[in-house]
Design a protein around this ligand. Structure first.
Ligand SMILES: Nc1nc2c(ncn2[C@@H]2O[C@H](COP(=O)(O)OP(=O)(O)OP(=O)(O)O)[C@@H](O)[C@H]2O)c(=O)[nH]1
Ligand SMILES: [Mg+2]
Length: 288
């Protein structure tokens, strides 16, 4: 990977145009790199790193706020343009990855929740109503999901099984297998974690070390790794554009999938409440 020409890679990204394929841009006007993942795994830092490697010089700036403490987190889904046609979105990190959070992530990934809005992880599926009254559907963004995971944390087998199902739904919401970005490359056994992700079908797993306020001397390896992530995202766009696409229909299908997912979860939760209530009734009868 270190033989890649950084200047070439950077120029390709800076000059990337959506209409260069044989079939043109097919209605898309932006590639949206949607970052998601657990709290504090380096999503905001990754955005700053991407902006940094695309600019000349070593004047590091914090575009996306990086949080050093556990009590303040990225709350608002902000968009950060990298070029005229490539934008990154800093989604709110999830903590438990329960059914509510998952549904919210699917809605964020599919851009069924407007960008620039504060995200409250709701303890219900109220977003279904919001989805139904969607005002201006967004059919012009080509979404590439990027799952950010810190190489400092080993993944349990059971959690990996859950992540696999989660990834499958992310594909349904975007049409693309999430690119896995392993942050903190020098702080953990990233090869082991890479193997785990490849084991669940991930094709693009790239370990990186983010540039941060404290440490931003540009090095060949770090810069190349980060540019490779953006380059991989664009390759996903290029390959999907080989086929005729219908952005409106694809979005309709995603919405259908999301509504059905939420509906099924609602039913499941109602069943659980009913079961609990009948257990309690049974308990009362036994104890009168
Ligand atoms: N050494 C090192 N530190 C990192 C790396 N990535 C992030 N950090 C640090 O990890 C902490 C959390 O990083 P953030 O970028 O705020 O993480 P986040 O995923 O945006 O967090 P939330 O918004 O809370 O979900 C900060 O102190 C960063 O400086 C990395 O690759 N290497
Ligand atoms: Mg953040």
């Amino acid at each position: 990977m270190q033989n890649v020409d950084i200047k070439q890679l950077r120029d390709n990204i800076r000059n990337f145009r959506l209409e260069d394929g044989d079939l043109g841009s097919q209605g898309y006007n932006r590639v949206l790199l949607q970052l998601f993942g657990y709290l504090g795994h380096g999503k905001s830092s990754f955005i700053n790193s991407c902006k940094y490697v695309l600019q000349d010089g070593e004047n590091f700036q914090e575009y996306a706020e990086v949080i050093e403490t556990d009590d303040r987190r990225t709350m608002i889904r902000n968009a950060y343009p990298l070029t005229d046609v490539i934008t990154m979105v800093d989604n709110r990190g999830f903590s438990t990855m329960d059914d509510f959070e998952k549904a919210e992530v699917y809605a964020q990934l599919g851009i069924f929740i407007p960008i620039g809005q504060k995200v409250d992880w709701k303890r219900n599926f109220k977003m279904m109503e919001e989805l139904d009254s969607e005002f201006e559907p967004n059919c012009t963004d080509f979404i590439v999901p990027i799952f950010v995971y810190s190489a400092r944390y080993h993944i349990q087998h059971e959690t990996m099984k859950e992540i696999k199902l989660f990834m499958e739904n992310c594909i349904k919401m975007t049409g693309v297998f999430p690119i896995i970005v392993l942050t903190f490359k020098t702080r953990g056994d990233y090869m082991e974690i890479e193997k785990e992700f490849r084991g669940i079908g991930a094709e693009q797993v790239i370990a990186i070390e983010n540039y941060t306020n404290k440490n931003h001397i540009k090095t060949l390896g770090r810069t190349t790794d980060i540019l490779m992530v953006i380059d991989s995202a664009l390759k996903n766009f290029t390959i999907r554009m080989d086929q005729p696409r219908n952005p409106k229909r694809e979005r309709m299908e995603r919405k259908k999938f999301l509504l059905n997912y939420i509906h099924q979860n609602n039913l499941q939760k109602e069943r659980e409440v009913e079961e609990n209530e009948s257990d309690e009734d049974g308990w009362c009868l036994v104890n009168v």
